[in-house]
Ligand binder design. Structure first.
Ligand code: G3H
Ligand code: 13P
Ligand code: ZN
Length: 326
């Protein structure tokens, strides 16, 4: 089957140029995960309206939920939609937490412009070898690659890490040199999901390990660094979910101040998935409770989509600083 397609024919870009500008300009590019139509419409609408470059992220779980071919065509449709809105924002289609060479190759062959190979749970030498293998294939197609050093607690697709392991700054230079990656995800205290910190009554979340980030920066000056697990777990959404029958007591995320500080540093890509999930869930719960006779999915999914647009605009404008940088 000769179904190989280049991202360049789909109107997508790789991440090289937008990362260089973001590092120089002291802001971060948003990377939003999507699994369905409404999420994708919201991301594109908000990023086009705020004139922000954007990374559309697809996880392995998203590929099996929505079908990989469907998602690729949706992303192509999203590029077209942005252009029809009169917007020329750079759009990257990125594999989030790729775990095998075969998966990465399949995404590259089907039009992704950027790939993450996450070998962070492997012994160092195996991480280097796997990442190097992906980089060789990706660079032959002008696709950019994100690697990871250090393990985030929480769920990374099929890999569940109980405890985080901070990135060791003395490994980053060697890793970047040996693998040839274009960006590096590091572990400085964030984790995936909506329960990032276990706090007692009255406690607030501990600050991120900016000392580790700074040490990494010193060893690879100007190199693009990526922050995963960067949802704020917006308290208003958690409150709405709990108010309308949900059960998310104790959900907590990374404060916007910490994210602003990260975005101003060499962190040039900030990954956000959970906040979008919370916005959608909060609005659907609220809508259905307040409109018990409604059964048209466009009504409650439309309410969720409107909220997502608001959330993403806020992130781009007031947290990541990517608005106006397209
Ligand atoms: O890092 C994980 C992302 O939030 C993707 O989550 O594997 O449930 O799609 P998922
Ligand atoms: P959150 O769970 O904090 O949104 O992190 C998402 C992420 O890192 C996707 O790779
Ligand atoms: Zn992640």
């Amino acid at each position: 089957m000769s179904d190989v397609v280049s991202y360049k024919d789909l109107g997508l870009v790789n991440s090289r140029e937008i990362f260089r500008k973001a590092v120089d300009g002291g802001y971060a590019i948003p990377a939003y995960n999507f699994n369905n139509l409404e999420q994708l419409q919201a991301i594109i609408t908000a990023c086009a309206e705020t004139s922000s470059p954007v990374i559309l992220q697809i996880s392995k779980g998203a590929r099996s939920y929505a079908n990989e071919t469907m998602l690729r065509y949706m992303a192509t449709g999203a590029v077209q939609m942005a252009r029809e809105m009169g917007s020329d924002i750079p759009i990257v289609l990125h594999l989030d937490h790729g775990d095998t060479f075969e998966l990465c190759k399949s995404c590259i062959d089907s039009g992704f412009s950027s790939i993450m190979i996450d070998g962070s749970h492997l012994p160092y030498d195996e991480n280097v070898a796997l990442t190097r293998q992906v980089v060789e294939y990706a660079h032959a197609h002008d696709v950019t690659v994100e690697g990871e050093l250090g393990v985030l607690a929480g769920i990374e697709d099929d890999v569940v890490a109980e405890k985080s392991t901070y990135t060791q700054p003395d490994e980053v230079e060697d890793f970047v040199k040996k693998t040839g990656v274009d960006s590096l995800a590091i572990s400085i205290g964030t984790s995936h999901g909506a329960f990032k910190f276990k706090l007692k009554e009255g406690e607030s979340a501990p600050p991120l390990r900016f000392d580790i980030l700074e040490e990494c920066e010193q060893r690879i000056p100007g190199f693009p660094i990526v922050l995963h697990g960067a949802s704020s777990v917006v308290p208003e959404y958690v409150a709405l979910i709990n108010q309308y029958g949900g059960k998310m007591e104790g959900a907590v995320g990374v404060s916007e101040d910490q994210l602003r500080k990260a975005a101003a540093s060499a962190v040039c890509k900030i990954n956000i998935d959970s906040d979008g999930r919370l916005a959608v869930t909060a609005k659907i719960r609220e809508y259905l409770t307040n409109n018990p006779g409604e059964f048209d999915p466009r009504k409650y999914l439309g309410a969720a989509r409107n909220e997502l647009i608001k959330l993403i605009k806020h992130k781009n404008e007031a947290v990541l600083g990517s608005a106006g940088k397209a």
